[in-house]
Design a protein around this ligand. Structure first.
Ligand SMILES: [Mg+2]
Length: 201
């Protein structure tokens, strides 16, 4: 039985697609996924500080979160991993006010998981310390594998926790060259196929 850490934004949910549609709708800026070459969306989209604050506020509204599409293949793989007896631990860095909405999305999409944790991954504002787990607490936990898209979290998990990381290939994590713990995957199908043997119960 494996304990699997699974991130949410751009691992389970196509959050980039939602950000792109908000940027077009609210700021009239046409951008594509390929433009998102940094994890800093203000920089990727060329937004002012005020525009960026507004983008983040809108993107975390319930209607935006609930409308996010699943990443292709993600939910099917999680279901097969769960049926194989593995434990699914959802670990997100979203603002704490999205707790209920984020869990609602998982319910709407019938995701069967064992735990849901908001971790203060990026030391961003809007994190209620009574809800968010600090990285120092996460560090005490143990996972068989972590599925992430964030280069900084992939680095933390691998270097501070010696956790194997499946890094989903995204424009914003290309600069990460990685180490022995980080393996880059094109998509969920590629990841599931590669881990089929290692994740036998
Ligand atoms: Mg993410």
């Amino acid at each position: 039985m494996a304990h699997l850490y699974v991130d949410v934004d751009d691992v389970l949910t196509d959050s980039a697609g939602t950000y792109l549609s908000i940027v077009a709708r609210e700021f009239g800026k046409t951008a594509s996924l390929a433009d998102m070459v940094t994890f800093d969306l203000q920089q990727s989209f060329g937004l002012s500080a005020n525009e960026y604050s507004r983008l983040v506020e809108i993107a975390h509204r319930p209607e935006e979160i609930l409308g996010m599409a699943p990443c292709p293949g993600a939910l099917e793989t999680l279901e097969r991993w769960k049926q194989a007896g593995h434990r699914i631990h959802i670990v997100t860095g979203r603002p704490t006010h999205t707790l209920e909405t984020s869990q609602q999305w998982l319910m709407d999409h019938a995701v069967d998981y064992d735990s849901f944790t908001i971790v203060d991954k990026y030391q961003r504002p809007n994190m209620d310390p009574s809800i968010a787990m600090p990285l120092s607490e996460l560090q005490k936990m143990s996972f068989s594998l972590a599925v992430e898209d964030s280069a900084s979290m992939a680095t933390y998990l691998s270097e501070e926790m010696a956790t194997p990381v499946a890094l989903l290939d995204r424009p914003w994590n290309q600069a990460l060259t990685g180490n022995g713990y980080i393996t880059r995957y094109r998509n969920w199908q590629h990841l599931e196929t590669s881990f089929a043997a290692q994740l036998l119960p």
